[in-house]
Write a protein of this length. Structure first.
Lengths: 501, 501
């Protein structure tokens, strides 16, 4: 038998409860706990991260079985799980990954025809990550009950966490597999506040049993990310202590160290050891560079509002505003997640249920994503000339704005820091590229500075019209860039030769 | 001789220096100092604020002259000086005044043909206040020297503050008179940082001589407002102590108590006794309701950026963004000042030099101004239901958003206050009207609550297209308002009968 690297090897075990397997390849030895997959049926899933012959032995009670399989090179779109890489991401095989996510919280809880429609939308959309809940969701536009729940009920009508609903989990497996085949990361939300069924009211013991099952059953999917919560601070039934316990448990028990984070409602969760990246809800996306500095981890603004027209402020951004926020986040070295909430009588809104995408922003996310993959990871720039009061620019460099610069340098330290953040352009750089997004500013031209030694190309990008136009070529040093004096313009400078940016 | 109430009575005195006059009408007695108006010529100006016979006596050295004039009822557009009225304004005769200002810092320092063009623009524009400097201005797009300066030079080439340039001041008088005849308030900036001539480098004594002359010569104009500074904190040559001394002096010496404020670059000037209103530079105009609360004075955002396309972030707002900021300021109970900075090769930009208006926002300021005068002064609303943690809304009122509301109520006090401010709609009320501006939100409908007892009309306003459409009429209580799902929409509810808003 052969399994691709980062693929899933599954052992089915009939009758023997609580299997535990050890997988060995050369010096590598990994212990994996199995899970109940049906009445009297168990399984162990394993994701090999190394090519070669893997031997295994499975203990079920007193008996022990052994076997082996051949792990072969990954191929096609299989690049392995996504990992944090500094303040960016990459796939385990080293390939580039830039998360361009979307949000469909309860898509797995919808009727099968709707799920099929969602798959079609995924196939035609640019999104390579989806934020989704394991539990069903109760909220405006989320009133239908799902066909299946993760657990069976006990004799008192409560949930019995020790009795998984196998039909639910089989369905969930099929969803995960389909996403994996489409190259989409599943940013799986384990807890959330919008609950009318009682899933948010488990005891700590029940929560652990639930988490345990998730980890045993799902962690072999290379495309899973653990999101402890959607809006942790809105989950009135859990405390900081709970979230810490969950984070530590998932971190300790997941054999593969999948990406792990927690998403806020209002208060951003502080940095912890188990956190691999930062998952933020905030509408002021320009803060992303500050959060990158503070956390020194990749930052995804997983909720900045949604393109749509519903009655809630978070759900009626214009398509332009959604795209505008995405560009700010990306040029400042972060990532952002799309969402769509166009009103429909049938309550099938993409943000919750999937279905069809109606908006104008996905095409612009595709355009931006192409650029992200073309130019690679960006580091945010700071308004450096003014950030050091002991080394201010000289008066001649201040020019006619000298009164402003002097006042800025005279500000108290924290006020100066805030002002400098506000003044810092939406701009990111790496050695070959410098990308600035002008946002809602509408200049007719821009004075700018390229390195003195080299040749550079300057393109003007219209983020809404999705056009790129070279306006200067082979230039260096001080330049004047002609611009179209409209909102939604970015300027991309490319190094053709000479000094890095 | 007759003079209108709030008009100017001027006594010309030849040869006798330092005249001081006392004007008496019934129990009112007002002492007014004169000023030198030419070589060997002096004048005393007086603005009567009461109808009837005014008697005066003028002392010049040892001699004394007496006389009288008849003060008659004000007429036409003469409503007297503007005064603060709580957190709003009114004219001295009780008429409504809502400042809808614009900015032409150095228009008086331009060639006469350009000044004539500026007057034409004023006549056709909605603006009833102009921010303007007494001293000339040095800055990008401000490179031409004026023909006249306020003072003559001494033998060393420095300014002699004891020798006013009478040609300058005669010119300035003609500008003031013209503005007065057009019903435009002159928000006169007494000091500013953008100086290559040395006017910002006077000693305290020289500053006082200059201020003294301004007050003696200009305070009889009913349309003058004193703005101690443009961007006081960028004037590196003055200290807090200077500004306080200037404020106290103007307040003490101006016989009429004209409006008096000071405008910031970055740090808003703290409240003082001499301040009649707040003149703010800030781009986050939604703070206006916070500033109104803090200062308990009228608040004008005199600089929030300018409609234009120049290279500086403050000078390249789209016309929509300029209008958007105006609506936010106004519905939250404040006021805002327009400005325009469209690039021109000849450097004649409205914001500095006047000339022609090219932008699309002035027509929208006119539309908004009409509405302001129609509905009267608005008080900003707060997100009241959530502002008192001891009296939270009950669970049923929280509805499906209960997790969010509970989390909000659980926030630390200052974070809760910030969040509530952020959540508070852009909305103002008085007894007859409720006006909400939806800004960049694009809902298809809005659930809202009118008083239960009465009949009300609901209009949907498009702030850009300048249209008003009645969508509900004769309704009360809980309503659902159909909306066009686009940016720049406001909702005006009008009481037809029954309970006040």
């Amino acid at each position: 038998m052969t399994v691709e690297k980062y693929g899933i090897f599954e052992l089915k075990i009939v009758g023997a409860a609580d299997p535990v397997a050890t997988f060995t390849c050369g010096a590598d030895s990994i212990k994996v706990s199995g899970f109940q997959s049906g009445e009297g049926m168990y399984a162990v899933r394993f994701m090999p991260k190394k090519e070669g012959e893997w031997k295994y032995s499975v203990k079920c009670g007193d008996s022990e079985k052994t076997g082996s399989f051949e792990c072969v090179k990954n191929s096609g779109i299989n690049h392995g799980p996504v990992e944090a890489d500094g303040t960016a991401f990459r796939y385990a095989d080293g390939s580039v990954f830039a998360p361009v996510g979307t949000t469909c919280y309860a898509w797995i809880h919808q009727p099968v025809e709707l799920i099929e429609e969602t798959y079609k939308s995924f196939e035609n959309a640019p999104f390579n990550k989806v934020r989704m809940c394991l539990f069903p969701k109760h909220m405006p536009y989320n009133h239908n009950d799902p066909d299946l729940y993760p657990f069976e009920k006990d004799e008192n009508g409560g949930w019995d966490v020790n009795r998984p609903c196998f039909k639910f989990w089989d369905h969930f497996d099929s969803c995960m597999m389909k996403l994996m085949d489409m190259g989409i990361e599943a940013d799986l939300i384990l807890f959330h506040p919008y609950d009318r069924w009682g899933f948010s009211k488990f005891s700590r013991e029940e929560d652990f049993i639930y988490l345990d099952y998730c980890i045993r059953r799902l962690s072999a999917y290379r495309n899973i990310w653990w999101s402890l919560a959607n809006e942790y601070d809105f989950v009135g039934t859990k405390t900081k202590d709970d979230w810490e316990a969950f984070g530590e448990k998932v971190n300790a028990d997941d054999p593969y160290g999948h990406l792990l984070s927690i998403h806020n409602g209002m208060l951003i969760y502080p940095k912890t050891d188990w956190m691999t990246h930062v998952s933020i809800q905030h509408k002021v996306v320009a803060n992303v560079s500050k959060w990158i500095r503070e956390f020194n981890l990749p930052v995804i603004i997983d909720e900045c509002g949604y393109e749509g027209n519903i009655e809630f402020g978070w759900g009626n951004l214009s398509a332009f505003e959604m795209v505008h926020r995405a560009w700010i986040s990306v040029v400042k070295g972060g990532y952002i997640t799309h969402g769509e909430t166009y009103y429909r009588e049938d309550e099938v809104l993409w943000w919750a249920k999937g279905g069809k995408l109606y908006g104008e922003s996905p095409a612009r996310f595709a355009f931006l994503k192409n650029l992200q993959y073309e130019i690679g990871v960006l580091q945010p720039t700071t308004f450096r000339a003014l950030s050091d009061p002991n080394n201010p620019p000289d008066e001649s460099a201040m020019g006619e704005h000298a009164p402003f610069f002097r006042a800025l340098l005279a500000l108290p330290e924290d006020e100066r820091a805030n002002k400098i953040a506000e003044l810092t352009p939406n701009m990111g750089k790496n050695e070959n590229y410098s990308l600035q997004y002008l946002g809602r500013s509408c200049p007719l031209f821009m004075d700018s500075m390229l390195p003195e030694n080299g040749t550079y190309r300057v393109e003007v990008i219209d983020v809404w019209d999705m056009t790129r136009k070279t306006v200067l070529d082979g230039v260096c040093g001080r330049i004047k860039i002609p611009l179209p004096a409209k909102e939604g313009i970015a300027v991309l400078s490319t190094r053709l030769s000479g000094d890095n940016f």
